[in-house]
Each structure stands twice: as C-alpha cells, then as structure tokens.
Design a protein around this ligand. Structure first.
Ligand code: PLP
Length: 364
C-alpha cells in the first residue's frame, strides 16, 4: 500500500547542487535513447495565484504540459518523442494505436504521424456507450480525421491489443510496415518521456529557487506516473507524487504504475530501484466511470476557467483537479508550501462534451 503524503523537513531537503548534478546524470542516461523532437520543451511552470487564494491552502503551480505544441498539446507528446523514434528506427511507415472515442493520445499520435510523414490507423473503443453526436464526431475525433488518420470503432470491452494485432497483420499483407503503440503510449519506451519531465521540473524548480513539496496529476494508462516515479527516484527527489485516478480502483492503479515503473527503470538501465510506497494513487474521483462526467469535475473545470483562464478536460485533468481541490480542503497537503499540478492537456475533449457545463446563453 501507498503511504500518505508527507511534508519533508527543511533540514532533510536535497540541496540545489545535488539536484543539479543528479539531473545532469539523468540527462546523460536518457540521451542514449532515440528521440524525435515533437514538443515545445521545457513546458512553462507557472503560479496559480488566484486559485491558491481562493482555496487558502499551499501555493499552487501548474506545469503546462497542455502547451507541448502538437495539435493543441498534451502529455502524450512527450511519450511520442521516444515511441515515434523507435518506430522510425524499426523502419515502420505506418502507426497503429487505440484509445477511447475522445482519446487525446490518439489525436497526438495522428498529429505526430502526420508531421513525420507516416500513415496512421486509429481504433476507438466505445467505453462510454454515448450516442451523442458531439461526443462521437467533434473534439478529438474531428482532429483525428483532420490530421488524416483512418479511424474505426470497436465495441466497449473489446480486446483492443488483439484488434491492433489483427489490423497489423492485414496491413502487412498489403506491404505496409506497421508499428503498434499501446493505449496511452504507456510502455517503458513511452514512459521515458515522463522520466525526462521529472528531470525538467526539478531543474526548473532549482532555477527559480522553488522547493516543490508535492506534484499531482491525473493518472490513467499509467505511463505518465510510471515515468515520473522512475525519474524522481533517479534524481533522489523528495517531491511527493500523487496520481488522481480516472478509471481503475486504487489498488489496481497503483499496481499498474508500479509494474510499469519497474520496467521503465530496467529499460533506463541506471540501476535505480522503485520504492513501492512512492507509488500513490487516489481513485476517489472517478465517479460513475471512465469518461463519465462528475459534479466535482464540472465545478473544477469551471473554477479553473474562471480564476486562471486555463482549460482543463472532462475525462482526465478535470477529475485530477477535482481531486486536488478536494484534498486541499481535507488537509492532505498540510504543512506543505508549494504544490504543482501537472496539466496533462485534453482541452480538445471539451468540444465532445459541450452540454455538460450548464452554461448561460447570450446576454442582451
Ligand atoms: C492520457 C491522459 C492522462 C493520463 O496519462 P496516462 O499516462 O495515460 O496515465 C491524463 N490527462 C490527459 C489529458 C490525458 O490525455
């Protein structure tokens, strides 16, 4: 089981010099892996002062991975830098991946394929059973098609890995060279993107003299958190990481993150070991299920739009924020001064859910 978040006493903090030196070592370790540059990196780290004031807890910051640049941005772009480089190294000319109907991962993968001149096939799993026209055709789906992917649907609960293999066989018969990217880009190759993000954040903090107590984000297919866990362990950081779940129950989510973090550490090859108690997920904010709106999410998305001018999404970052806001109220960050929320992107999905926010019409 995971441990509650703990504030680290000032005297036990890592020094800026140690942080810099360990970050440099991690950069060297990461430089051995093929990578294509797709994102605008480093992403900004910005204070959210209006939100902090409103909530009255620790000072809140946002790490803007919604600003990675490719097709309206998001966290999958960091993973794709390593995954697409691997696909190119293997001589692939076609990418296959899968996700839910409003998958941000699919959208960023299609955009990366377009930029690199590769064909792209997307399989979308109907996880929500929604018949809504906006959900099924607008938002990320619109962008998938705009970027030129061939998109097909599969029923909820389909074995999506097997579906991708079947499609790959069919494409091989035609002479294509397909490369399969798992859902969310979550494997040890993709997770390297978030190993790199952990280093990037730690260096930014040192640059501006900021002591980050906790780092919070939405966790789904687990590659983001697994990469961060691995990266933070590699630089011996005392930043406390917390994933807010959007799909699986806590025990399953933590196990997925832990397993992938161990594989990522092995792939990284620096001998870093992954502490089980550093893998923390809180899955109390999923609501009725993956991709299904909750009152807390709606309130959080509106609050951020109206206090910070930021766009969060209904499926991931909005539920993550709901968790952050609620946990601040419950004192989970007691004794902490600075908490960073990782904005993983997803605002394109807002246009797949235009009805849920109960917004006023035009005024006179
Ligand atoms: C995919 C995604 C996540 C979750 O990242 P995982 O690596 O799948 O855990 C969080 N936020 C957004 C907006 C996403 O698209």
């Amino acid at each position: 089981m995971s441990q509650p978040l703990q504030s680290v006493a000032a005297a036990n903090r890592q020094s800026p010099e140690t942080a810099r030196s360990l970050c440099k070592d991690l950069s060297v370790a990461l430089a051995r892996f093929p990578r294509v540059r797709l994102g605008h990196l480093p992403t900004p780290l910005e204070p959210m002062d209006r939100l902090s004031e409103l909530l009255g807890g620790p000072r809140l910051w946002v790490k803007r991975d919604d600003c990675t640049g490719l097709s309206s941005g998001g966290n999958k772009t960091r993973k794709l830098e390593y995954l697409m480089a691997d696909a190119q190294a293997k001589g692939a000319d076609t990418i296959i991946t899968q996700g839910a109907t409003q998958s941000n991962h699919a959208r960023q993968t299609v955009a990366a394929s377009a930029k690199l001149g590769m064909k792209c096939h997307i399989l979308l799993e109907d996880r929500t059973g929604s018949n809504d026209a906006q959900y099924n055709h607008n938002g990320n789906v619109l962008l998938d098609m705009l970027h030129g992917a061939s998109v097909s649907k599969r029923a909820g609960g389909a074995d999506m890995a097997a579906e991708m293999e079947t499609l790959a066989d069919r494409l091989r018969e035609k002479g294509d060279v397909p490369y399969i990217i798992p859902g969310g880009g979550s494997n040890p190759i993709g997770a390297l993107g978030y190993v790199n993000c952990a280093r990037e954040l730690a260096e930014q903090a040192v640059d501006i003299g900021l002591q980050i107590d906790a780092f919070v984000h939405a966790t789904g297919s687990s590659g983001t958190q697994a990469g961060l866990v691995t990266g933070l362990a590699a630089i011996e950081s005392d930043i406390q990481l917390l994933g807010i779940g959007v799909r699986a129950p806590q025990e399953k989510q933590e196990q997925m993150v832990f397993d992938l973090a161990r594989k990522t550490a092995e792939h990284l090859g620096t001998g870093v070991s992954i502490p089980r108690d550093g893998v923390r997920a809180n899955c109390d904010y999923v609501g009725p299920g993956y991709g299904l709106p909750t009152e807390g999410m709606k309130k959080a998305v509106k609050t951020l739009a109206r206090t910070e001018g930021l766009l969060f999404d209904p499926v991931y970052s909005g539920k993550g924020l709901d968790g952050l806001i609620d946990l601040i109220g419950k004192g989970a960050f007691e004794g902490m001064d600075n908490v960073v929320f990782l904005h993983t992107g997803g605002s394109a999905a807002l246009f797949g859910y235009p009805e849920i926010f109960d917004l006023p019409g035009y005024t006179e």
